[in-house]
Design a protein around this ligand. Structure first.
Ligand SMILES: NC(=O)c1ccc[n+]([C@@H]2O[C@H](COP(=O)([O-])OP(=O)(O)OC[C@H]3O[C@@H](n4cnc5c(N)ncnc54)[C@H](O)[C@@H]3O)[C@@H](O)[C@H]2O)c1
Ligand SMILES: O=C(O)C[C@H](O)C(=O)O
Length: 342
């Protein structure tokens, strides 16, 4: 029995993600929550001949609590996507006032949803998609801590889209699109601009000589911009994100059901690691409270956070460039909870 709750289920990501979840026969319940349209989305999905019982709930009438009741996995794609011309920094970080920006909206949404999780399903595995992930994950952590139910092993920032993009772009460059699903490139750091650090030297498929590595790194770091620009005002990545979110959710479900050897990058609290992320911290040369690294998943969630391993000089520079933004983004999340009215 696995019940998955999707919060923001009527949105651009929420709908295709819920569809993919509904196709999975090991999922027995889907609790869909949004402030609009979930009854329609749920009625539509409920006609698909797979086992999951689909419920659609809205905000009034205790909808969040109903969607979350009994959920083992909660996926959060609720929130506002960015618009053309905005970097994630401009969209989400108008420090120090937070005024009229997307950060404040999404931070508030995520805080409310985290309060619901703490009250209704505090032991659920929580997968945060809402941007800016580098700050929304610390926000969820702080809310859960304030309610005394934070288990760092169960909280994940979903950075899988960066990994999916890296696989796709590498497959294109090696001129073998059929290899895309098997190309593995660890992407570490966080989920915005320079905090996205692809470790191409560790690619499962070596790149041909002559490939412009800097251009490839840039494309992976700013892949979201390609979609925002092409959608021209109609939002950001939704379909590829639904695919990526589903891929990560499946890994978590398999791990909690006992499948061994599942490793995937995710933005997690270093305190989730049995050794407190000591090896990773040593490599980074500074202590960060959250970082996306390859995470080994087990029945309780994070079983181990892998260090970066061998990386080249260019990648060391990329890591060094990511650290200041990561520190700021994480602190912004913490500050939002301490001083929400700044
Ligand atoms: N982590 C990633 O890699 C990644 C990738 C793409 C998009 N995103 C982010 O995901 C978020 C959603 O993107 P989208 O394109 O689906 O946006 P969208 O606007 O299409 O959908 C968001 C949904 O959230 C709902 N919502 C708003 N307030 C809510 C609340 N208080 N409770 C529940 N639901 C609420 C809206 O009604 C809407 O249906 C954005 O923040 C976007 O930046 C993250
Ligand atoms: O770029 C965005 O704002 C959405 C998402 O984070 C992405 O990587 O596509």
């Amino acid at each position: 029995m696995v019940k998955v709750a999707v919060l923001g289920a009527a949105g651009g990501i929420g709908q295709p993600l819920s569809l993919l979840l509904k196709t999975n026969t090991s999922i027995t319940g889907l609790g869909l929550y949004d402030i609009v349209n979930t009854p329609g989305v749920a009625a539509d999905l409920s006609h698909i001949a797979t086992p999951a019982k689909v419920e659609g709930h809205l905000q009034p009438d205790d909808g969040l609590n109903k969607a979350l009741t009994g959920a083992e996995l909660v996926i959060i794609p609720a929130g506002v996507p960015r618009k053309p011309g905005m970097t994630r920094i401009h969209a989400y970080f108008q420090i120090p006032t937070y005024s009229d920006d997307l950060f404040k909206i999404n931070a508030g949404i995520v805080r409310t949803l985290a309060e619901g999780i703490a009250a209704t399903c505090p032991k659920a595995f929580v997968l945060v998609i809402s941007n800016p992930v580098n700050s929304t994950v610390p926000i969820v952590a702080e809310v859960l801590k304030s309610k005394g139910v934070f288990d760092p092993k169960r909280l994940f920032g979903v950075t899988t889209l960066d990994v999916v993009r890296a696989s796709t772009f590498v497959a294109e460059l090696i001129n073998d699109r059929s290899a895309a699903p098997s190309v593995v490139v660890p992407v570490v750091g966080g989920h915005s601009g320079v905090t996205i650090v692809p470790l191409l030297s560790q690619s499962s498929h070596p790149l041909p000589s002559g490939v412009d590595i800097d251009a490839l790194v840039h494309r992976i770091q700013f892949g979201g911009d390609e979609v925002v620009k092409a959608k021209d005002g109609a939002g950001s990545a939704t379909l590829s994100m639904a695919y990526a979110g589903y891929e990560f959710a499946l890994k978590v479900i398999k791990a909690i059901k006992g499948e061994k050897g599942i490793v995937a990058p995710s933005f997690v609290s270093l305190s989730a690691d049995p050794a407190g992320g000591e090896a990773l911290t040593k490599e980074l040369g500074t202590s960060l409270e959250f970082f996306s690294s390859r995470v080994e998943l087990g029945p309780e969630g994070v079983a181990k956070i892998h260090p970066l391993g061998t990386i080249n000089e260019a990648e060391k520079k990329l890591i060094a460039a990511a650290i200041p933004d990561l520190q700021t983004n994480i602190q912004t999340g913490f500050t939002f909870i301490k001083k929400p009215t700044l």
